[in-house]
Design a protein around this ligand. Structure first.
Ligand code: UDP
Ligand code: MG
Length: 343
C-alpha cells in the first residue's frame, strides 16, 4: 500500500516550557495517522538560537524517537528564517507548519491531511477567534489584513497564520523563493495552487510568553506591505504631484496679486508654513523610498538566510526500527562548524 510522508516543521525560540507539553500530543497524532491514514509522520524541530534549555529538550526528543529530527541555527534568525531552514531540510513528502506553543492544536492535523488527499496543495488554518489576545491586537490585526488585502496583488488570506500544510509541489515552489525579506503569509499566497482554509479555534499559549511585541508586529506589518506592494511608492508620487499642483496655483496667485495690487512685503507666516509643509512632504516621500531602498540593499548583499549550527535528521519512521543516533553535522559530534546554507 502506498504511504504518504508528512513532516511537521516546528520553529522554536525559547520554548523549553511549552515543548514538553506539545510533543506528546503531536506524537499521539502521528501514531494515529500512521495507523488510520497510512501516513508516515515525522517531526522536524528548528531551534532558532534559543537561550534556554530548548536545544537540550529537543535532543531528548530526538534520542527517544527516530521520527524526530532536530536542527539548530547559529543564532536567533527570527521565525520566518527558522521556518525556511526547516522547510529546506525536508526533501520528501508534504510539510505541515506548527507553532511550538500549542496555539495551533496538532489534533487537527488529520483534517489537514484529508484535505491534502482530496487534492489541495495549500491547506491553511484560519482563526475563528483570538482567545487570550487583547482587543488592541485584534483590531490592529484586522486593520493589517484589510490594508494589505487592498494594496497587494498577491492574495493573502486573512486571519491565517503559519498553521499550514503544503503538498510536495507547493513546498518545492516555496523553496524557490529565496528573498531575504520573508513575509511568509505573502510567499504562501504567491505560490498559489489549490488552496483551502480550515477554520479553527486558536488556543491561548500553553506556556511561556509570546515572542512578538507591538514594535515587532509593526515592523512585521511594514515588511509585509513593502514586500508585497509598491503602492506606498505611488502614494509618494501622488502626494508630490498634489503638492506641486497646489504650490503652482498658489505661486500663480501670488504673482498675479503682486502685479495687480503691488506687494507690501509681509507674509513671513505664509512663507514659513509653505516651507515647513513642503519639507514635511519631501521627508515623507524620502522615507518611503528609503524603506524600499533598504530592502533592496538587504537583497543585494545576497547573504544566506540562516546558518546551521547542528543538524540531526530523523532516522526512521516506524518505531519498531532501532533508534540509531544520526551522525548529523554538528558540534555535538565534533564535526566542522556551521555548514553554510544558501539559496
Ligand atoms: N519563534 C521563532 N523565532 C523567533 C520568534 C518566535 O522560531 O524569533 C517561534 C516561537 O517559538 C513559536 C512561533 O514562532 O513557535 C510563534 O511565536 P509566538 O507564539 O511567540 O507568536 P504569537 O503566537 O504570539 O504570534
Ligand atoms: Mg503563539
Amino acid at each position: 500500500m502506498h504511504r504518504d510522508q508528512l513532516t511537521v516543521v516546528i520553529a522554536a525560540f525559547n520554548e523549553a516550557e511549552a515543548l514538553p507539553l506539545l510533543h506528546p500530543r503531536l506524537l499521539a497524532v502521528l501514531d494515529g495517522l500512521a495507523k488510520e491514514a497510512q501516513v508516515d509522520g515525522r517531526v522536524l524541530y528548528v531551534d532558532d538560537g534559543s537561550r534556554d534549555a530548548t536545544w537540550l529538550v529537543l535532543q531528548g526528543f530526538a534520542t527517544a524517537d527516530p521520527r524526530v529530527g532536530v536542527l539548530r541555527l547559529s543564532r536567533n534568525f527570527g521565525k520566518e528564517a527558522a521556518l525556511t531552514a526547516g522547510l529546506d531540510h525536508v526533501d520528501q513528502g508534504a510539510v505541515l507548519i506548527l507553532d511550538a506553543d500549542g496555539q495551533d492544536p496538532p489534533e487537527l492535523i488529520p483534517q489537514f491531511v484529508t484535505k491534502w488527499r482530496e487534492g489541495f496543495d495549500d491547506v491553511h488554518g484560519t482563526r475563528l477567534e483570538r482567545e487570550g489576545e487583547s482587543w488592541l491586537k485584534r483590531a490592529t490585526a484586522h486593520a493589517f489584513y484589510r490594508v494589505i488585502g487592498r494594496l497587494s496583488k498577491t492574495p493573502i488570506p486573512r486571519d491565517t497564520g503559519d498553521f499550514r500544510l503544503l503538498s510536495p509541489r507547493a513546498l518545492a515552489a516555496l523553496k524557490q523563493l529565496r528573498e531575504r525579506n520573508r513575509f511568509m503569509k505573502g510567499l504562501f499566497g504567491w505560490v498559489g495552487f489549490n488552496q483551502v482554509a480550515i477554520p479553527y479555534h486558536r488556543d491561548p499559549r500553553a506556556a511561556g510568553n509570546s515572542k512578538f511585541n507591538f514594535w515587532k508586529l509593526w515592523n512585521f506589518a511594514l515588511e509585509g506591505i513593502t514586500s508585497f506592494s509598491t503602492a506606498p511608492l505611488r502614494v509618494a508620487t501622488y502626494l508630490g504631484v498634489a503638492t506641486a499642483l497646489l504650490a503652482f496655483t498658489y505661486g500663480v496667485w501670488i504673482v498675479l496679486k503682486a502685479v495687480l495690487w503691488g506687494d507690501p512685503v509681509a507674509g513671513w507666516p505664509t512663507m514659513m508654513a509653505v516651507i515647513l509643509f513642503l519639507g514635511g512632504v519631501q521627508l515623507i516621500a524620502l522615507g518611503l523610498i528609503g524603506e524600499y531602498l533598504g530592502r533592496l540593499y538587504e537583497e543585494a548583499k545576497q547573504r544566506p538566510l540562516y546558518l546551521v549550527d547542528a543538524w540531526r535528521p530523523a532516522t526512521g519512521v516506524s518505531s519498531s526500527q532501532v533508534p540509531q543516533v544520526a551522525s548529523g553535522v554538528g558540534h555535538a559530534h565534533g564535526t566542522p562548524p556551521a555548514r553554510i546554507e544558501s539559496a
